[in-house]
Design a protein around this ligand. Structure first.
Ligand code: ZN
Length: 252
């Protein structure tokens, strides 16, 4: 299965890639989408083209820095903007025909859509992003484009789970001071973080309560890249797309 699909409403494509179906080799096998992890640039370019084919539209990426900045893809015709140079950890748009991608390997990919208002967003949320507030910032940016939190549906994709995500006590308390719902014990009984639980709580606090959680752990599920498990590895992606409205057909 090359992609997992989420239902965020009519006119919205939402998917998460797996390792399957690309051209990268070794620790990056096979659909590595990241330019910054040591994989061959030509392979990553081919993999991004493969993903574009699956999505059926150009896909934009940002330079993710574990912060809370949100990039906005403008609603305009013509060229798809290149966001690669922009430091951001979320992307939102009300423009159709552009896939918004976030890359992950244990961090959470969170995809959001208000299908009625035709506004979509994608966020990269690890412990630092959660603490920085990338999810409330994404919902706020979507509101600016006309989305209503009560109408937003969200998908919390595969990530390291709380049983696997061991952290130091200080890190756990730093995150817990902002997102107490993320605090949990690991399977070994040590200090852990449950990113998905933290994301659900933050989304709810922002008014987004229609949330589907994938419940898949990247460390335990070999279909996905996992930095914690493998160290040197690739990145998979969550992608959300506002599908173009049906365009009237001209007579032959
Ligand atoms: Zn796990």
């Amino acid at each position: 299965m090359p992609n997992l699909h989420a239902d965020l409403g009519p006119g919205v494509t939402a998917l998460v890639t797996t390792r399957a179906g690309g051209v990268s080799t070794g620790p990056y096998a096979t659909l590595d989408l990241a330019r910054h992890v040591g994989d061959q640039a030509a392979y990553v370019a081919t993999n991004r083209t493969i993903l574009q084919g699956r999505v059926g539209a150009p896909v934009v990426y940002v330079n993710q820095v574990h912060g809370a900045r949100v990039a906005v893809v403008p609603d305009e015709t013509g060229e798809v903007p290149a966001l690669d140079g922009q430091d951001a950890d979320a992307i939102v748009t009300d423009r159709s025909g552009v896939g918004l991608a976030v890359m992950v390997a244990d961090c959470l990919p969170v995809l959001l859509a208000d299908a009625g208002a035709r506004v979509v967003g994608a966020a990269h949320a690890g412990r630092r992003g959660l603490t920085a507030g990338v999810l409330p910032a994404t919902v706020a940016a979507m509101r600016t484009l006309g989305a209503r939190p009560g109408s937003i549906r969200a998908y919390v994709g595969p990530a390291i789970c709380g049983r696997c995500y061991e952290v130091g006590h200080q890190v756990q308390s730093e995150v817990g001071a902002v997102v107490p719902e993320a605090v949990c014990p690991t399977a070994r009984g040590t200090a852990g973080l449950d990113l998905a639980a933290g994301a659900v709580a933050q989304l709810a606090a922002s008014g987004v309560t229609s949330v589907e959680v994938a419940g898949l752990c990247t460390v335990e599920d070999a279909r996905f890249y996992s930095y914690r498990r493998d160290g040197v590895t690739g990145r998979f992606a969550g992608v959300v797309l506002l599908e173009p409205r049906d365009t009237p057909r001209l007579p032959d």
